[in-house]
Ligand binder design. Structure first.
Ligand code: ATP
Length: 303
């Protein structure tokens, strides 16, 4: 009987994980009540990630035909590089992430990973290759351990512990009387924004995808958590092709390239120093944030 029970139990867990994965991803992109809009092509092949280079080629996109959102966006993220997108609220930053994850198909142009148009590959293989650290991570009602292990079903205990350590969660977990077995989620211990983000980072370490989307939190954290998170984010994005959606400017300074978006177009691009030297829109955002103190200021709110 026990032998029968265990697989059923495991099945229940897998089912819950899958359901939760969908909820997480949909919430991440703010799309909870939308029907799926893309389907696999009949001859779709699994994505073959060789280096992990991402290219947006002249991408046009509208959620509704009457209101174009992206107007010919082109950029490249060389394998292992980090590109950050900044700009006013509504400029189209998160839309880039949704399109890379293929929640929607582009209207014109294409998005290519290692030479493969993402419309020609299976969605499963595409999403397998992309890790996401969302703004607000949803935890399900289960132990902290299970919430972490969900990054890669089948991970060993040692792997889960290692991921938690890499995400700078170890100290926090040690401080809990029940440690990894602490129930979390809506009916359990409530984690702070920074702790939840570190859970998401640990999941990415476990999943170990070649491509990463970081959706920076809009709300500010206290300075200590912010430093820990920035450190963990830097580490998790190392060696991965990373697209950072930056609603504030705290994670962009070390990006290889920063794209400044306005009204669905890239209006400036370069690294932090180059953009400051140009003394344009980025420099204006930066100076404004410096003046009012990073913690309070957000380009989202002020443009
Ligand atoms: P923020 O920093 O505030 O998150 P953003 O630059 O990420 O902004 P997007 O979320 O990409 O902006 O949105 C770009 C535009 O697309 C906005 O005008 C928004 O209203 C519109 N938009 C976003 N999602 C949808 C949707 N699901 N349906 C229709 N319009 C949408």
């Amino acid at each position: 009987l026990i032998q029968l029970f265990i697989p059923l139990n495991a099945l229940g867990f897998v089912y819950r994980e899958i359901r939760q994965a969908l909820v997480n991803v949909e919430r991440l992109f703010g799309l909870l009540n939308e029907p799926p809009l893309v389907t696999d092509a009949e001859d779709a092949e699994p994505l073959e990630v060789r280096k992990g280079e991402v290219r947006f080629e002249n991408v046009h996109f509208a959620y509704q035909a009457a209101r174009p959102i992206l107007h010919g966006v082109s950029f490249e993220i060389p394998a292992g590089h980090k590109v950050a997108v900044v700009g006013a609220s509504g400029a189209g930053k998160s839309t880039l992430a949704r399109l890379l994850f293929r929640f929607f198909d582009v209207d014109d142009g294409r998005i290519v990973i290692d030479g493969q148009d993402i419309r020609s590959v299976t969605q499963d293989s595409l999403r397998e290759a992309i890790g996401v650290v969302p703004q607000d991570t949803v935890l399900f009602n289960d132990t902290l351990y299970r919430n972490l292990a969900y990054g890669r079903p089948g991970a060993t205990e040692e792997e889960v512990h290692r991921a938690a350590k890499l995400a700078h969660l170890e100290q926090f977990i040690e401080s809990l009387p029940d440690g990894y077995q602490t129930p979390v989620g809506e009916r359990g211990l409530k984690l702070s924004g920074g702790e939840k983000q570190r859970v998401a980072i640990a999941r990415v370490f476990l999943k170990n995808p070649p491509i990463l989307i970081l959706d920076e939190a809009t709300s500010s954290l206290d300075t200590v958590s912010e430093q820990v998170i920035l450190e963990a984010l830097r580490e998790v994005s190392e060696q991965r092709t990373t697209l950072v959606i930056a609603h504030r400017l705290s994670t962009v300074q070390d990006a290889d390239t920063i794209l400044v978006m306005a009204d669905g177009r890239i209006v400036e691009r370069g690294d932090h120093q180059q953009l400051l030297a140009v003394d344009g829109r980025y420099a204006e955002l930066w100076n404004r944030q410096q003046k009012s103190g990073e913690a309070e200021s957000s380009p989202d709110q002020e443009d």
